[in-house]
Ligand binder design. Structure first.
Ligand code: ZN
Length: 366
């Protein structure tokens, strides 16, 4: 397991490193094809193709596994800080998020094969190549494929504290453009329409929508505008982050953001709000809780501790849960500090979560 993980981590596979992601897809196919999986690559208009694999069994339950082959790291990162183990932790780009989740699932499938278990109706795996870009070109595949499945199991990393996730925050990225009119700031300022003045009002109004105690927030994270101090600024661009614990809050926030966009504080400005992406939250539904209860049963049999938690970040499980498909997330090996140079995975959990995944499949389908 560790040598496959090492090979994958040492392959640069940032979302924009198409060759590297394809190489990772090759490592995965090398395991899945001999297991009798039908493997196909789904085209992406912008990133490496996504991997879809399926295998039929003798039972009735259709399981879908989700994961991503891409990382957030630029080309050259693997060379600069390759895979290594120190103490009880493994390090390297994507070691936790989420090459180890992929390895964990592959070896669980190998174990089931060795045990001769085929009690499932179908095992389907979708590993996309653009999750770290909001699954821009794979969202449609995920929605399409999950609607043909009974449940979705997401192999994103588990969190310290033996956590899996059955409730996840939703979130989105929006762009806001404000158009004003330039003028000489000294000679004829009143001939201009001040886009930055408008932006200042809008930012305060947008931030006023946040209520962190209720898990909903709006934050302007990027702002660009103006050219010279002596010119009334003509244009402002903002990138906005939205978070919501409940889908109804997400919808309400988007409606209010549109109202703020449409209102002009500085007469004559014109504003346009564009949705880049929105992932609805995973809510604690009865279906998700049932998936968790079955996981607890499997974990008890193995003596592996497991807890459930709410998580602030989003994953592709957000899309599947919003379709009403029972979803459980963060089944992968445990680690932390994802998206940083200090990202690590607890080595022991690569094995324990693998055993848990194998028995979990049996418990869910037997
Ligand atoms: Zn991830």
């Amino acid at each position: 397991m560790l040598s496959l993980l090492e090979k994958m981590v040492n392959t640069d596979s940032g979302s924009y490193t198409t060759d590297g992601v394809l190489k990772v897809a090759g490592f995965i196919s090398d395991v899945l094809l001999p297991l009798g999986f039908d493997v196909q690559m789904l085209p992406s208009s912008k990133y490496a193709p996504h991997l879809l694999a399926r295998r039929r069994g003798s039972g009735s339950k259709k399981l879908m596994f989700l994961g991503h082959m891409d990382t957030v790291f630029d080309e050259g990162t693997a060379k600069r800080r390759p895979f290594y183990i120190e103490g009880d932790k493994a390090y390297g780009p994507g070691v936790c998020d989420m090459q180890s989740g992929i390895v964990c699932l592959l070896y669980a499938l190998l174990a089931l094969e060795e045990a001769g278990y085929t009690g499932y109706g179908e095992l389907k795996i979708l590993f996309n190549s653009d999750e770290e870009r909001g699954s821009e070109t794979s969202e449609q595949y995920i929605i399409e494929e999950c609607s043909k499945s009974d449940m979705v199991l997401v192999m994103e990393p588990g969190m310290p504290g033996d956590y899996v996730v059955i409730e996840r925050q939703g979130g989105g990225i929006f762009n806001l453009d404000i158009q004003g009119k330039p003028a000489h700031a000294g000679a004829c300022p009143l001939d201009g329409i001040h886009a930055i003045d408008e932006a200042a009002h809008k930012i305060l109004a947008l931030h006023g929508l946040s209520d962190f105690s209720l898990g909903r927030s709006v934050s302007v994270g990027v702002i660009e505008g103006g050219t010279r101090s002596n010119i009334i600024p003509e244009h402002v661009f903002m990138e906005i982050d939205l978070r919501a614990r409940f889908h109804r809050d997400g919808l309400a926030l988007m409606k209010k953001m549109q109202e703020i966009t449409d209102a002009s504080y500085v007469p004559g400005t014109k504003s346009t709000l564009t949705k880049v992406m929105y992932r609805p939250p995973i809510e604690k539904t009865p279906g998700n809780l049932e998936l968790y209860q079955t996981l607890v049963t499997a974990a008890r049999k193995l003596g592996i501790p497991v807890n459930e938690t709410y998580c602030g970040g989003g994953s592709d499980g957000n899309y599947t849960s919003a379709q009403g498909i029972p979803t459980i997330d963060s089944l992968g090996p445990i680690g932390s500090l994802e998206h940083t140079d200090d990202e690590y995975m607890l080595v022991e959990t690569l094995f324990s979560r693998c055993k848990l995944t194998a028995l979990y499949i049996v418990e869910l389908t037997a």
